[in-house]
Design a protein around this ligand. Structure first.
Ligand SMILES: Nc1nc2c(c(=O)[nH]1)N[C@H]1C(S)=C(S)[C@@H](COP(=O)(O)OP(=O)(O)OC[C@H]3O[C@@H](n4cnc5c(=O)[nH]c(N)nc54)[C@H](O)[C@@H]3O)O[C@H]1N2
Ligand SMILES: Nc1nc2c(c(=O)[nH]1)N[C@H]1C(S)=C(S)[C@@H](COP(=O)(O)OP(=O)(O)OC[C@H]3O[C@@H](n4cnc5c(=O)[nH]c(N)nc54)[C@H](O)[C@@H]3O)O[C@H]1N2
Ligand SMILES: [Mo]
Length: 671
């Protein structure tokens, strides 16, 4: 076959959603490059997507269905046909439904692909089955809830605007790892004279790019924002015209809450010196057009939604929204461009079914009754590695009476516990429709090559399962392309006037988000929200504020890999290095520990072996472990989520990956 080049999109859970050019010979992917014509990513890719042909054709790809052929968890499987695998699943599920009801079956999926079709492919099927529903809140629902309480459905600003800012604040975002194409905008702003600030809990790889670094005590950003607001108010740096016209509740906040938050109190709560808080507030208040890029970091705490609300008050206070180049970007909010209900079909549910929080999978598998979970169907996620409280999750997965199906591309930690494994494709083997949470482009993709081996897409798999279960809704007859046509046919103001021909050719086209007003019930920015459990935002402590162990654990993203994805790429795993715990020199010395030593990090939930890295980048009282590694790549039998809890956030029922305390000791010497 001659060489051909096909447009595609990066499907990973990342705000950039880059445009790809894929060279193939019709059978194999030869190279993956950035698409220079993509309006946001403009031809460059991160190290994970450059060389993506190595993921597509990785030696470990699962290429046929597999049936367990040994003890549960032994990792021994025998190849099977799709007919055999689907028949095994359907007959077991029919028994479970008859004996325990549909809710005894729990789907578990997240964001291995962000494509609207493949990511949501199981919804209609599980609704029809009457299965338990999964509350998909492992990422940043607390941030979304905090934004919504103040800004309603207002879309975020265009990341391109940051180029025109004179003060960019990277707040709780490790952009070198998680938002590289935004950094291109930041560099441009800096060339035009902007100062770059970074607010994080340690000196991340992104800190090198910042002019000013502010390190806060984990989970205390809400207190920092309150003291900044106090200073802005006290020093006349607020925009009273904007506040009077566009904002609800400012007077109540300044009267009832801000007096309690002078910078000295802020210093006590955040660990940032009062003078430094004043300097940050003054720089923010005096900037012509300050732009905050808010990452998920500060929302992964017991107070995550409240922290977000307080941070979202900052641009309102100084009127940043009305200045070109100013504002705050948490998420662009493009989810509103589509009504997915005709595809996810909540109406197919037989009646009200229970909702199971995905962060509490350990609880769901071990403790939940009425009915007990008897079957777990995992796709597009790797819960044995990414879900909190790994010991509870693994205990659940080991239950001999739990029937587990995993649809995957690689032998992940979750696959090991499966009874049936189904082979999944990469995005280059499927059709899908992509929108991004960090920019405003929409892209439709078609397969660049046929699925490898016997891999089947999520949607095609659920169509087979639907047939086997006797579900005859016409939706299950549709191809992914037909589903996409249906989604695009429903009108939305976001898609009015887009170039449909370009979209159908595979080019990224820009959505048209509504921008004429604040999309809140009052039509104003709601600093005070009468519908919220706490109408006026205020300081709320984290879960671990009163914790007793000495180190606050930050399980931050790794530059080289993405959540637990990319373990198949040797070169990336090598560059990432061994699973490490970074601590300050004083913390190591106090425990008699040295750089490069094998250590055990521990708390009430578990113990994890890591390599110690002693570094000034991490302040005292904090410990940092970057990346979620496969157990095969971990020094011991557990990875980092053995130390994170199933507790949820204040609003949004989100994960609290950063709100955990640990201590560390030397690992016993082996051998
Ligand atoms: N290379 C790479 N890219 C990724 C990912 C990855 O794992 N690797 N993950 C993807 C996913 S799923 C997501 S959701 C996004 C996440 O992307 P981000 O929003 O960048 O990541 P977070 O995990 O939310 O954490 C960001 C930063 O918040 C800091 N932080 C933690 N607690 C606090 C706090 O209390 N205050 C402040 N100010 N900072 C704090 C952490 O140290 C970290 O540097 O990235 C996506 N992209
Ligand atoms: N300690 C700690 N834990 C974390 C985080 C953290 O910062 N620290 N981050 C959390 C966050 S923000 C998130 S969003 C979650 C992410 O958790 P997950 O969404 O589970 O993300 P991944 O680890 O990337 O695993 C995705 C899996 O989907 C598979 N996959 C990809 N495409 C397809 C497909 O089309 N079909 C099927 N069937 N499978 C596919 C991939 O091979 C991969 O194994 O992790 C969370 N866990
Ligand atoms: Mo995420």
């Amino acid at each position: 076959m001659p060489l051909s080049t096909v447009r595609s999109a990066c499907p990973y859970d990342c705000p950039d959603c880059c445009g790809l050019l894929v060279d193939t010979d019709g059978e194999r992917v030869l190279a993956v490059r950035g698409d220079p014509e993509h309006g946001y990513s403009q031809g460059t890719l991160c190290g994970k997507l450059n060389g993506y042909e190595r993921t597509v054709h990785a030696p470990g790809r699962i290429l046929t269905p597999l049936l367990r052929d040994g003890e549960k968890g032994s990792g021994r499987f025998r190849p099977a046909t799709w007919d055999e695998a689907v028949a095994a699943i359907a007959s077991r599920w029919k028994e479970i439904v008859a004996a325990h009801g549909g809710e005894a079956i729990l789907p578990y999926s997240y964001a291995g692909t962000m494509g609207l079709v493949q990511r949501n492919a199981g919804e209609a099927f599980f609704h029809r089955l009457g299965a338990s529903r999964l509350d998909r809140t492992i990422c940043t629902p607390a941030q979304n809830a905090g934004w919504d309480l103040v800004m309603g459905a207002t879309p975020g600003p265009d990341p391109d605007e940051a180029r025109e800012s004179d003060m960019v604040v990277l707040w709780g975002v490790n952009a070198v790892a998680t938002n590289v194409h935004f950094l291109a905008r930041v560099h441009e702003a800096r060339r035009r004279g902007a100062r770059i600030w970074l607010v994080d809990t340690y000196r991340t790889p992104t800190a090198k790019l910042a002019d000013e670094v502010v390190l806060v005590r984990p989970g205390s950003d809400g207190a920092l924002a309150l003291s900044m607001l106090h200073v802005l108010d006290a020093e006349g740096l607020t925009d009273s015209a904007f506040l009077g016209r566009e904002v609800q509740g400012w007077e109540a906040l300044r009267r009832e809450v801000l007096p309690e938050h002078p910078p000295e109190r802020g210093a006590a709560l955040t660990g940032v010196p009062a003078e430094r808080i004043r300097a940050l507030a003054r720089a923010y208040g005096r900037a012509r057009a300050p732009f905050i890029r808010l990452g998920g970091g500060n929302s992964r705490y017991g107070n995550g939604a409240m922290t977000t609300r307080l941070l979202v008050c900052l641009p309102a206070a100084v009127g940043a929204w009305r200045k070109r180049g100013g504002g705050l970007l948490a998420s662009t909010g493009t989810g509103q461009a589509f009504d997915l209900a005709p595809f996810t079909r909540p109406d197919l549910q037989p009646g009200p079914t229970r909702l199971v929080n995905m962060n509490r999978l350990g609880h769901a598998l071990n403790e939940l009754t009425g009915p007990r979970v008897m079957s777990l169907y995992v796709h597009t996620s790797n819960p044995a590695a990414v879900a909190p409280d790994q010991n509870a999750v693994l205990r659940g997965l080991a239950r001999p009476d739990l029937f587990t199906v995993v649809h995957e591309r690689f032998s992940t930690d979750t696959v090991r516990w499966a009874d049936v494994v189904l082979p999944a494709p990469t995005m280059l083997e499927t059709a899908d429709l992509y929108r991004s949470y960090g920019q405003f482009f929409l892209q439709r993709t078609r397969p660049a090559i046929r699925p490898l081996g016997q891999a089947l897409s999520n949607w095609d798999t659920f169509r087979l399962l639907a047939a086997a279960m006797g579900f005859d809704e016409p939706l299950f007859q549709q191809t992914a392309d037909q589903v996409i046509d249906g989604l695009l046919a429903a009108p939305s103001p976001w898609r009015e006037g887009i170039d449909r021909a370009a979209l159908d050719e595979g080019r990224a086209v820009r959505l048209r988000e509504p921008r004429d007003r604040w999309l809140t019930p009052s039509g104003r920015i709601e600093i005070e929200n009468p519908r919220a459990a706490i109408p006026l935002p205020r300081w709320v402590p984290t879960h671990e504020e009163q914790g007793t162990l000495p180190l606050r654990l930050q399980t931050a993203p790794s530059v080289e890999t993405l959540n637990s994805s990319f373990g198949e790429r040797e070169e990336l795993v090598r560059r990432r290095g061994p699973m490490a715990l970074q601590v300050a020199p004083g913390e190591a010395a106090a425990r008699g520990l040295a750089d490069g030593q094998r250590v055990v990090a521990w708390n009430g939930l578990g113990e994890v072996e890591l390599m110690l890295r002693v570094t000034d980048a991490v302040p005292p009282g904090v410990a940092v472990a970057e990346g979620v590694v496969w157990l095969d790549h971990a020094p011991g039998p557990r990875s980092i989520n053995a130390l994170t809890s199933q507790r949820l956030t204040d609003e949004g029922a989100g994960s609290t990956f950063y709100d955990n305390r640990i201590d560390v000791r030397a690992a016993p010497t082996t051998g």
